[in-house]
Ligand binder design. Sequence first.
Ligand code: TXA
Ligand code: MG
Length: 318
Amino acid sequence: MVHISTNISEAVACLNREEIIGLPTETVYGLAGNIYSEKAVRKIFDMKQRPLFNPLIVHIGRTEAVEQIAQNIPEQAYALIAAFWPGPLTLVLDRRPGIPDLITAGKNTVAVRMPNHPMALALLEALEYPLAAPSANPFGSISPTTAQHVADYFRDKLELVLDGGPCARGVESTIVGFPNGVPTLYRHGSTPAEDIEAVLGQLAYITHKENAPDAPGMLARHYAPATRTIRSAHMAQTAAEYPDLKIGLLLFDQAVEAPNATHQEILSPSGDLKEAAMHLYAAMHRLDQMGLDLIIAQQFPNSGLGRAINDRLDRAGK
Ligand code: TXA
Ligand code: MG
């Protein structure tokens, strides 16, 4: 049975044996292993049932370590590092020779981030290698934001989940790269695009259709509950269109008049997008376990963190 623990030395011992662990970060929990251990990295891909062409993010414990992972780092990347690390921003940079092909899926680039979670940072500080960590969910399902979510997904297949509490941000990191020197947003996430543009000016945006082979996290159907999910800007009206179905609602800040809805999840009664992002995946997990026929998810304001929330809910609906 998987062991849930807050003991960092236990995690160090496990990782040094080339095992993998559940790792808390401020965004979502990761499935983490030594980037230089082929055994550990293969186990990450196997357990997630993740295709080998989908590269992993390298997690480092101090900003300077980026130079051991990447080279030809543009000034603009340093500006983002100064502004946002540690934090939920992943940078796609030229890889250094020596970074295993399994990590980068054979690409010339590598994704790196420094997570802002005290337990993750203490662990990385205690290790002699960085950690590769994708989100700790089977490929295509909802990302985990508690240690228990990870334990429920992998049960006896995983030895240890380090318990760092519920994730404070709740949505994956924002991913930015510099193809041909142009700062480009690959994935909306917990660092709002507007905040990045305040540092670098206007970003280029690559939508999932254009870059599916490049950033498969952008595959159309991803982050998905098993229950059929649709989006709506008029919740009460949409709920009324399905009188015969068992319906659950996923709402921003207030309940709606919908007598046929079995359950309503309100992500932030005070209308705070940060709080809504933090609660998003746990609410999706709960709704998905209620035996519903249909989940109706509200359209969120399309700015700041609302863009990342809308992005995940759109993919859930595909
Ligand atoms: O918040 C997060 O980023 C979490 C926590 C655990 O750190 N991790 C996470 O990992 O979301 P994952 O594997 O679920 O998503 C990583 C995304 C994938 O879409 C992958 O394709 C993309 O990063 N990626 C990795 N390396 C890349 C590269 N060299 N070029 C473009 N995209 C890359
Ligand atoms: Mg993921």
